[in-house]
Design a protein around this ligand. Structure first.
Ligand code: FES
Length: 104
């Protein structure tokens, strides 16, 4: 087996392993049921931004200090940089987008 083929196979294996680790979770985001895939150790803030497109949730310190990532989880304020996405399964998450009033 050539070095290139072996490298490609190990890359494919890594990709397959990564895909298998991803887990589908469902939650209620700003009143709408949403689903997406996340890594087991993915932060809720990253999941909201990158998987669900809720970019109003910002990431600053990633240490629970600045509050830029604050969301409501079942009505209680929480730092999404200190919570794993998998912990949000079947929970109600409200982001800043959910606070906006419809135009009219
Ligand atoms: S990013 Fe600063 S508290 Fe979460």
């Amino acid at each position: 087996m050539s070095k290139t083929t072996k490298g490609a196979e190990s890359g494919e294996a890594a990709e397959v392993m990564q895909r298998q680790e991803r887990r589908r979770i469902t939650l209620t985001l700003n009143g709408r049921e949403r689903s997406g895939y996340c890594e087991p150790r993915e932060l809720l803030s990253d999941f909201l931004r990158h998987e669900l497109g809720a970019t109003g949730t910002h990431v600053g310190c990633e240490h629970g200090v600045c509050g830029a990532c604050t969301v409501r989880v079942d009505g209680v304020a929480a730092r999404s940089c200190l919570m794993l996405a998998v912990q949000a399964e079947d929970r109600a998450i409200d982001t800043v987008e959910g606070l906006a009033r419809p135009r009219g």
